[in-house]
Design a protein around this ligand. Structure first.
Ligand SMILES: [Ca+2]
Length: 481
C-alpha cells in the first residue's frame, strides 16, 4: 500500500497521469463545443437502407449535467449474473444485444490454439523476470507505445507522449534512437493527452503508410503519414492526412491505441470523453464515437474520402455511428490483437473501484457507465445490466489503479508462456497473465512484479513482449532462471 501511494505521488509529481483515473477537473475545462462528431463523409452507407428497429440506447442531452469529483467507493452493488460469481472466471453474459448482430460470423472466426493448455505448464508455476532490453539506450521520456512494421527490418518504434516517434534497431547493444517523426508542434501533450498511438499499415513495405492517434486542443485526431521515400528511417511530417477529427469534451479518457485487425481494418479505441463518471453518457450512446471501439477501412484513404465504413460493421443499419464496432467502454487505453487468432483484447481503465480486461466482440456492449467492471455504477444499485458483456477479468482498486492492456504471448523465447494474455497495472507495476480457452479463464496469476510504473506493453515482429516504464526504461520479458 505504501508502495502504491509512493508511486502515485511520483506520477503526480511528474504530471503524468496517463490512462490513470481522472479526478475530474471542474467546469473550467469545458469546451464550448460539445456537439457530436460530424458525420463522416462515408456515412452515406446509412442511406438507401430500410433500417431495422432502432436499438434502445441513451441519447446525449443538450445540456451539460452538473458533476464533480465523486467518491464512488461506497454503495457499489455487485451483480450476480446467473451461473456466475462476480470476480471469478471468464464467462460473459450470453445476451450480446442479439438483435444487433445480424451476422456473427462476419469477421470473427474460430481459431484453434496451437498448443493445448493441458500440455503447458500451469501458469501459476511460470515465473517471469524483466531485463533491460537495451541497456545502452538513453532513457526515453514518457514512452506510451512500442511497435514495429512488418517489413522484416527488426526495427522498433517508440511513441513519446510529447509528440515524437523514435526508431532504433531492436538489438541489445543499440545505443542511439533517432527521430522518425516529430509533430510536437501539433500535439497537445500532458496529463492523458499527447501522441498516444501508432500502427503501421499492413502493406507498409510497399506503401510506407503509418497511422497515429493524438490529441489537439479539444480533439482526437487519427492521421495517416508517409515514410520519406528517400529515407526509410524518417517520416515525412508534411504528409499528414487527417482521417478523423473527434471532439473531446474533456482532456482525459482519450483512449489512444489504434491497430489493424486480421481483417485489414483499422481499429481505434476511444474513451468516454472524460470528466468523471461519464457525465455525457457517451458509453451507452451509439450516436457518439466516444466510449467505443471503432473499425474503419483506410485502404483507399484520400482527402475527399478519408475512410470508409466496412459494410459489416454492426450498427450501420441503425440510427448510430456506423464506425462503431463495440461500445460501453470507459477508457480502453491499450488493446491488441492476438496475432494467432485475431482475438481483440482490451484493458478498460475503471473509474475508482474496478479495472477490467475485455474480449471485445462485434457489437458488444461492455457496460460503462451502467457498470464499472461487474458492478452497478449508474445507478449505484438496481442497475439494468441486460445486454451487456461482463469483463473476462476484473480487479479492485486494492490491487492497482489503471489496467494496462497487453498482448497474448506468441513469441518463442518463453515457451511456457505460449497463448497467455499478459496485462499490467500502472500503479502496482505487477504483470499478470491468464489463458483463455473455450470461454474459460485458466491459471490467472501474478507473473512478475516489475517494481516500476508500466505505461504500456509492446511487441516486436517475433512476438516478444516488452514493458515500458514510466521512468524511461524498456524491459524485455524473460523466463526466470
Ligand atoms: Ca465494462
Amino acid at each position: 500500500m505504501l508502495k502504491q501511494c509512493f508511486l502515485v505521488l511520483i506520477a503526480l509529481a511528474l504530471g503524468f497521469a496517463i490512462a490513470c483515473r481522472e479526478e475530474a477537473s471542474p467546469a473550467s475545462t469545458l469546451p464550448t463545443n460539445i456537439t457530436n462528431a460530424t458525420p463522416s463523409p462515408t456515412s452515406s452507407v446509412l442511406s438507401g437502407e430500410v433500417p431495422p428497429p432502432t436499438p434502445a440506447f441513451a441519447t446525449r442531452g443538450t445540456t451539460l449535467p452538473t458533476y464533480g469529483p465523486q467518491d464512488i467507493s461506497e454503495n457499489v452493488t455487485e451483480l450476480t449474473p446467473a451461473g456466475r460469481q462476480p470476480g471469478q472466471g471468464s464467462t460473459m453474459l450470453p445476451t450480446v444485444a442479439p438483435t444487433l448482430i445480424d451476422d456473427p460470423e462476419a469477421t470473427l472466426e474460430e481459431s484453434p490454439t496451437a498448443t493445448p493448455l493441458s500440455e503447458l505448464l500451469p501458469l501459476r508455476l511460470v515465473r517471469l523476470d524483466l531485463e533491460e532490453a537495451f541497456p545502452d539506450l538513453e532513457d526515453l521520456p514518457r514512452m506510451v507505445h512500442l511497435t514495429y512494421p512488418s517489413d522484416g527490418s527488426g526495427r522498433l518504434f517508440v511513441v513519446l507522449q510529447e509528440g515524437k516517434i523514435v526508431v532504433f534497431p531492436g538489438e541489445r547493444n543499440v545505443s542511439d534512437a533517432v527521430d522518425f517523426l516529430d509533430i510536437r508542434q501539433r500535439v497537445n501533450s500532458g496529463g492523458e493527452q499527447g501522441l498516444l498511438g501508432l500502427a503501421f499499415d499492413p502493406n507498409y513495405s510497399s506503401n510506407g503508410y503509418f497511422y497515429v492517434n493524438y490529441t489537439t486542443q479539444g480533439n482526437t485526431l487519427i492521421s495517416r503519414f508517409s515514410t520519406d521515400s528517400a529515407d526509410p528511417g524518417r517520416a515525412d511530417a508534411s504528409s499528414e492526412l487527417v482521417l478523423m477529427r473527434i471532439p473531446q469534451p474533456f482532456p482525459n479518457h482519450n483512449g489512444g491505441t489504434l491497430a489493424f485487425g486480421h481483417d485489414g481494418y483499422l481499429y481505434i479505441g476511444l474513451g468516454d470523453g472524460g470528466g468523471g463518471g461519464d457525465p455525457l453518457g457517451s458509453g451507452q450512446d451509439l450516436t457518439t464515437l466516444l466510449g467505443a471501439m471503432l473499425r474503419i477501412d483506410v485502404l483507399d484513404a484520400s482527402p475527399d474520402r478519408p475512410y470508409a465504413i466496412p459494410p459489416d460493421n454492426p450498427f450501420v443499419h441503425f440510427e448510430a455511428r456506423g464506425e462503431i464496432w463495440a461500445y460501453g467502454l470507459r477508457n480502453p487505453w491499450r488493446f491488441s490483437f492476438d496475432r494467432q487468432n485475431g482475438d481483440l483484447w482490451a484493458g478498460d481503465v475503471g473509474q475508482n473501484s474496478f479495472e477490467e480486461v475485455d474480449l471485445v466482440q462485434r457489437g458488444g456492449n461492455y457496460g460503462w457507465n451502467t457498470l464499472e467492471g461487474n458492478h452497478c455504477f449508474s445507478p449505484r444499485t438496481g442497475c439494468d445490466p441486460s445486454g451487456t458483456l461482463l469483463p473476462v477479468i476484473e480487479y479492485g482498486s486494492d490491487k492497482g489503479c489503471s489496467v494496462i492492456g497487453g498482448y497474448v504471448y506468441r513469441g518463442t523465447a518463453i515457451p511456457s508462456l505460449a497463448g497467455t494474455y499478459l496485462y499490467g497495472d500502472f500503479c502496482s507495476g505487477e504483470v499478470h497473465g491468464f489463458r483463455f480457452e473455450n470461454g474459460e479463464v485458466a491459471g490467472h496469476s501474478l507473473l512478475v512484479d516489475s517494481g516500476f510504473m508500466i505505461t504500456s506493453f509492446g511487441e516486436d515482429q517475433q512476438g516478444e513482449i516488452y514493458a515500458l516504464s514510466q521512468d524511461g526504461g524498456i524491459y524485455r520479458l524473460k523466463a526466470d532462471g
